[in-house]
Design a protein around this ligand. Structure first.
Ligand SMILES: Cc1ncc(COP(=O)(O)O)c(C=O)c1O
Length: 419
């Protein structure tokens, strides 16, 4: 059989880098008219993704960067499942419900098999839903008292950006207790200074994004209990447990910490399944203490997918795989498995803090004990060096490590020594 070289080269479909398609440019602004071989498209895009950072060297994220191969298979199997279509995928819906009850139980809900909760795309959506329920409940309470409802506020420490979004989108004044040097968390005393009858809720964070420390939920709850006794103000708490929600129940020296539904005043909690819940990115959870804490007006009954399904979410369609992956981790790891992983991560954070503290120029802010696994540090005021933490972070990046430097929200912008 005779072939011309050109023909062979251009007809050889198995060679993803050898065909003429491999030298086509990938489109950036307009879709091409013609198709591309699947193998070539795959290789081109896969290759381009090599320019991303290496997830396992990313110490800036709390989000999961490793999953078991069985979990990959389940995700693959679920790629077609739209979790909102609970009629078509009733088993995915049932598994979501199981997760809600299991999480409610982890957080010591008084009636975990009946409690209300939902999966979300992450803690941001979960926080919005928790905050919205608080807003609605506060409005109802104020209307019943014949009081105005036009000036709601919320009180918090140095919260993650999702709470700033929540406050702006729903026109709520955010009273964020400012950080001070060597005091990065909100205390019970701070809370009492900022709350009033227009406070829809107080939001302590179990695992501050910047320092990794836990805010003292029980002390804040006790202070609000006293306030109610003295002044009649009944202000509920929503705990942002984005990270801590899946840590405190498992880390050995955190198991005795009382931060959850054991505190009567804690009405709702959010957590990211995709952080220390160990599920792949794209799942969060919000759970309410009691059915009555979630106003019925916020629940929509959807009947055009076949059945009649109650939903409370900002999104509609959403992938089901992350929920299944979350359940897989619950089943696969159990409490022991989670504890082993979280304890190990916690030891690693403490080890790094110890090593960092040996470097004279640094002052450890959080030593890895009592909050999120990890550690945080700052440059000593008298550190006699000609670089700052942003530059250090940049140097580490040249070796692939992502170690973030951040500005504490209430600190002045530090001048760059190289400026
Ligand atoms: C305390 C806290 N709340 C909320 C969020 C937002 O979480 P998500 O990325 O799951 O939307 C984060 C993310 O880092 C966080 O640390």
């Amino acid at each position: 059989m005779l072939h011309s070289t050109k023909e062979i080269r251009h007809n050889y479909k198995d060679q993803s880098h050898g065909g003429k398609e491999a030298i086509r440019r990938l489109p950036k602004f307009k879709m091409e008219d013609s198709e591309m071989e699947a193998a070539v498209a795959y290789e081109a895009i896969y290759g381009e993704l090599a320019l991303d950072g290496n997830a396992s060297l990313n110490l800036a994220t709390f989000v999961q960067t490793w999953e078991e191969k069985q979990l990959h298979k389940l995700m693959d199997n679920c790629i077609v499942k739209n979790m909102i279509d609970k009629d078509e995928y009733p088993q995915t819906a049932a598994i979501e419900e199981r997760c809600v009850h299991m999480i409610a139980d982890l957080w010591n809900s008084p009636d975990s098999s009946n409690t209300m909760g939902t999966s979300t795309t992450g803690s941001s959506e979960a926080a919005m839903l928790g905050g919205l329920a608080m807003l609605w409940n506060w409005r109802k309470k104020m209307k019943a008292l014949g009081k105005p409802t036009d000036k709601p506020n919320m009180v918090c420490g140095a919260v993650q950006i999702c709470w700033h979004k929540f406050a702006r989108y729903w026109d709520i004044e955010i009273r964020e207790v400012p950080m001070e040097k060597n005091k990065y968390s909100m205390t019970a005393l701070d809370v009492l200074k900022y709350v009033d009858e227009n406070t829809i809720c107080v939001v302590p964070t179990l695992g501050l994004t910047l320092t990794l420390e836990y805010e003292p939920v029980a002390e804040i709850a006790a202070a609000l209990d006293n306030l109610q006794k003295e002044k009649g103000l009944d202000i509920p708490i929503h705990v942002d447990g984005a990270s801590g929600g899946f840590l405190a129940p498992f880390i050995e020296n955190q198991k005795s910490l009382v931060w959850d539904f054991r505190l009567q005043r804690v009405k709702s909690i959010n957590a990211s399944g995709h952080k220390f819940g160990l599920a792949p990115v794209g799942v969060g959870w919000v759970v309410w203490r009691d059915k009555s804490d979630l106003p019925e007006e916020l629940i929509f009954n959807v009947n055009y997918l076949g059945g009649n399904m109650p939903t409370f979410a900002l999104n509609f369609s959403r992938p089901g795989g992350q929920i299944i992956a979350q359940y897989y981790n619950f089943v696969r790891l159990g409490k022991d498995g989670y504890s082993k992983i979280q304890d190990n991560s916690s030891y690693i954070g403490q080890f790094i803090a110890k090593e960092i503290s040996k470097l004279e120029i640094f002052e450890v802010v959080y030593n890895g004990n009592g909050g999120i696994p990890g550690c945080t540090w700052r440059l000593k005021d008298n550190a006699n060096i000609n670089f700052n933490l942003y530059e250090l972070s940049d140097r580490l990046r040249t070796r692939g490590w992502l170690v973030p430097a951040a500005l504490m929200s209430s600190s002045p912008v530090p001048p760059l020594p190289s400026d």
